[in-house]
Ligand binder design. Structure first.
Ligand code: NAG
Ligand code: NAG
Ligand code: NAG
Ligand code: NAG
Length: 385
């Protein structure tokens, strides 16, 4: 009798496992993603739930695709197509016209805030569990890499957003993030988009609003400290260094009070990094590079200028994107842009060191809250201002 019970239990377990596998395969992943997942099995791990990620780029108008972001968008589109990753390129102007009669609440007066609301609108009509928002000037430098090698485990039930630390400052990077398509994820994005009402006109748009918005929403007991930090922001119009003091001030609060479900990937170790940190050079570890704006292509003299690693023939036959085996042929590089992982790391570590030193120095100034004193930041780190 006992033996029979045991046997039934075993049969039940086997059946349940098979059902679960069939369910997961059917509902959470497309074939393309399955390949992606298999390739990275060691990273994802067996216990991780297989989740579906969609890539989203929101741009203001269609003319920008070719004029400003052609290379970045071709590389991203081709990468997603070759791996069967869902990729949405939303043109805000067309989205507004086509959807003008619908009741959308995405009427923020600033595109940079509005794009987060547009993403929420997409989320509502979609079954993907995760959305990876990517700035239009980020492109795939290395098609052999994968998002999965950088993202935290997605089976953490609490997780609703993953951001990256900006490489050269203490900012949280607003231009790319992973957000979960659930109530918490959507609520977070809507609060950010709507914070336009309160913070419009502040330095660095939605990126400037991000830390105060996070603090007020998730750490309201720190309101007194948050308001003090905000004094720097209010005094920062055309005064980039004061903005950085505000950033550091808020960053200290956020770092000291971890928020469940909100994660930050460390500088230069995210799925993206600023391309100009290495003058456009890259290694096999890199994946997305930031800053591919066509108007500043190959302009070495401009700070943050984009040194384009691709040769003329790159992405010349987008039909090859259909096949993962053939697609990588479209990533044609000029000589001298690829270097070793070690060389790459050395250069990036030097940036981390500079930025860490600067943060330490500016922390002392930030915490005086004396907005009349000389801010004294190292302008060579932020020459674009
Ligand atoms: C739009 O929807 C919001 C809430 O979702 C509601 O408060 C508002 O009245 C609606 N507006 C119109 C014009 O239907
Ligand atoms: C990517 O992989 C392909 C096929 O193995 C290889 O030919 C190509 O050189 C690789 N590209 C990079 C940037 O490592
Ligand atoms: C603030 O800085 C200014 C200029 O350096 C200085 O004169 C002033 O005494 C400082 N105020 C306080 C309260 O420390
Ligand atoms: C141009 C554009 O993005 N239009 C969208 C308007 O809303 C419908 C329904 O939600 C979407 O399917 C369209 O893509």
């Amino acid at each position: 009798m006992y033996k029979r019970k045991k046997l039934i239990l075993i049969i039940f377990c086997v059946f349940a496992t098979i059902s679960l596998i069939v369910f997961l395969r059917k509902d959470w992943i497309t074939d393309g993603q399955l390949t992606e997942v298999r390739q990275n099995e060691k990273v994802i791990g067996r216990s991780d739930r297989l989740s579906s990620i969609a890539i989203v780029v929101v741009i203001a108008n269609r003319a920008h695709i070719k004029r400003k972001y052609e290379t970045a968008q071709k590389s991203l589109q081709c990468y997603c197509e070759s791996r069967g990753l869902p990729y949405y390129l939303i043109v805000r102007d067309e989205w507004e016209i086509e959807n003008a009669s619908r009741n959308t609440s995405c009427l923020m007066g600033d595109f940079m805030y509005q794009r987060h609301c547009i993403l929420v609108d997409l989320m509502k009509k979609s079954r993907h569990e995760w959305f990876l928002m990517i700035d239009a000037d980020m492109g795939v430098i290395n098609p052999n890499q994968s998002f999965y090698n950088f993202l935290p485990k997605l089976n953490d039930k609490e997780l609703f957003a993953v951001f990256s630390d900006r490489d050269y400052s203490s900012e949280i990077m607003a231009g790319t993030y992973l957000a979960r398509n659930n109530e918490k994820g959507k609520d977070f994005l809507m609060s950010w988009a709507r914070s336009w009402n309160r913070y419009m006109g502040g330095e660095n748009l939605d990126n400037g609003a991000l830390p105060v918005m996070i603090l007020r929403k998730y750490l309201p007991h720190l309101e007194a400290e948050t308001s003090k930090c905000e004094l720097w922001w209010k005094a920062s119009r055309r005064h980039w260094c004061r903005y950085l003091l505000y950033v550091i001030c808020t960053r200290i609060l956020i770092d000291n009070h971890p928020i469940a479900g909100l994660k930050f990937l460390p500088k230069t170790r995210s799925y993206y990094r600023d391309g100009w940190l290495t003058g456009g050079k890259f290694s096999s570890e890199d994946f997305l590079l930031h800053g591919w704006k066509e108007p500043i292509k190959d302009k070495r003299t401009i700070f943050m200028g984009w040194m384009n690693a691709f040769s003329e023939e790159a992405f010349n036959d987008m039909n090859l994107c259909k096949s993962r085996e053939q697609a990588h042929q479209l990533w044609r590089y000029k000589m001298g842009f690829q270097w070793s992982v070690e060389e790459n790391r050395r250069e990036l570590d030097a940036w981390i060191e500079r930025s860490t030193r600067e943060r330490r120095r500016l922390t002392e100034i930030a915490l005086t809250f004396n907005v009349t004193q000389e801010d004294g930041c190292d302008r060579s780190l932020y020459e674009f201002q």
